[in-house]
Design a protein around this ligand. Structure first.
Ligand code: FAD
Length: 394
């Protein structure tokens, strides 16, 4: 026996819940299915438990995709101010952090409860602990699902199963597999916003720095981020590294400027000109942690007095600190990644509705789509925007 609803949404995460709310508002009968034992687990763990739910400035440049234009329409139609209005209507206390990032004051639970409450209010049904075994096209053009809760039929099927990061929280490749089942291209997936590991030789040197954070500028050829870099016992982390990790390809070196606000070479020459007798290590220690200096610069150089240094030596110091090149070994992978790069090909979808061009009635929203945001609330904003758009048409 199969029971029918207008809209089935697979995945009760950020994008799925948003889509369900909007579709239910339009009077569609909506059911959200999730195999996890509770909805919105990633919302709850996001932003260190405070959910960085959006950002005051959201631009297409904050997203990575094989089709950089695809996200524009959705981000415009339901933008950060629209989501903020919802948050304010629920009187959820929030605050701004660096770079316009908006976080809950109290708990990410506030955001999840808001979405669940909106869904309930408009009559969207939620079925958790529901495994989806099979999906097929129904004779009437809709879809037929076999699930652990029995057979179901729908007119519109929305795939909102997210990416592959944090498998412990219930991430699965379901969405990618379903896309492939329906002949939709899926770009290879890769962990993004993820700490990077070091080659064994570097690891030996830099693991002594575990716990140290330095404001840096971390760059690849075309991208650079100015944020904290954090040394961990596994390698490099902190916002600067998470951001650049989404652009990094194995084998590429990172260029790191540990004193991005200083004209170091010039300043060192000035000090020398003023007859500064301090050892380089003593003078530099006013600007950078001693242990970092020891890791970046050869010991004999650090022991030199400023007055005795040659131009070449001073240039060497500046290079080691401001153009430090390091080749990561790899990333920590999906276990600790915040997002998944790649995914369902944007060119297979309508940027207005998120519907598959070749499979009417089938929609993909959120992280499963090949749109990946920077750190800073951009991934949730994509989930809200794409979910909202699909919700207008399903
Ligand atoms: P999700 O929210 O991941 O929801 C997918 C849902 O689908 C889940 O409920 C899952 O159980 C379900 N599902 C998966 N497979 C199946 C299946 N086979 N059958 C049935 N159901 C299935 N982004 C930000 O913008 N700000 C942040 O502060 C932030 N912090 C983060 C912190 C961490 C630790 C992590 C891992 C991510 C963070 N992100 C953050 C990213 C953000 O959480 C995701 O981009 C966002 O949740 C994606 O929304 P979604 O709806 O596509 O997928």
């Amino acid at each position: 026996e199969t029971d029918f609803v207008d809209v089935l949404v697979i995945g009760a995460g950020a994008s799925g819940l948003m889509c369900a709310i909007e579709a239910a508002k339009r009077g569609r009968s909506v059911r959200v299915l999730d195999h996890a034992n509770r909805p919105g687990k990633k919302i709850l763990m996001s932003g260190g438990g405070r959910c960085n739910f959006t950002n005051y400035t959201v631009e297409p440049e904050n997203y990575i995709s094989h089709n950089p234009h695809f996200c524009k329409s959705a981000l415009k139609r339901f933008n950060q101010w629209d989501f903020l209005a919802l948050v304010q209507r629920y009187k959820i206390p929030f605050h701004e952090r660096l770079h316009g990032q908006l976080f809950c004051d109290d708990s990410a639970k506030d955001i999840l409860n808001m979405l669940l409450s909106e869904g309930r209010q408009y009559g969207a049904e939620l079925k958790i602990s529901c495994a989806i075994q099979q999906v097929s096209r129904a004779a009437d053009g809709g879809f037929r699902l076999q699930t652990s809760h029995g057979g179901m039929r729908c007119q519109s099927l929305v795939v909102a199963t997210g990416g592959l990061s944090i498998p412990k929280m219930g991430a699965t490749p379901f969405g990618y597999q379903l896309a492939e089942q329906f002949g939709i291209q899926v770009w290879p997936t890769r962990a993004g916003l993820v700490p990077l590991t070091l080659q064994p030789v570097d690891k030996e040197v830099f693991s002594a720095l575990t716990g140290i954070a330095v404001p840096c500028e971390v760059s690849l050829q075309n991208y650079s981020f100015r944020e904290n870099l954090l040394f961990t016992h596994r390698g490099l982390s902190g916002p600067a590294i998470l951001q650049i990790s989404s652009y990094w390809q194995p084998g590429e070196p990172l260029q790191i400027n540990c004193l991005p606000d200083m004209q170091l070479f010039k300043l060192l020459k000035q000090q020398r000109g003023q007859g500064n007798k301090l050892k380089l290590k003593t003078w530099l220690a006013e600007h950078l942690p001693k242990r970092l200096l020891q890791a970046l610069l050869p010991e004999p150089l650090l022991e030199c007095s400023l007055v005795d240094c040659s131009d070449k030596q001073l240039q060497q110091v500046a290079n080691h600190i401001q153009a430090w090149h390091i080749k990561p070994n790899g990333s920590e992978g999906y276990r600790t990644a915040e997002v998944t790069l790649g995914g369902v090909d944007c060119d297979a979808l309508s940027s207005k509705t998120m519907e598959c061009l070749q499979v009417p009635g089938l929609y993909f929203i959120g992280e499963v789509v090949d749109v990946t945001g920077w750190l800073g609330g951009y991934n949730f904003q994509w989930a809200w925007s794409s979910g909202w758009c699909a919700g207008q048409y399903v």
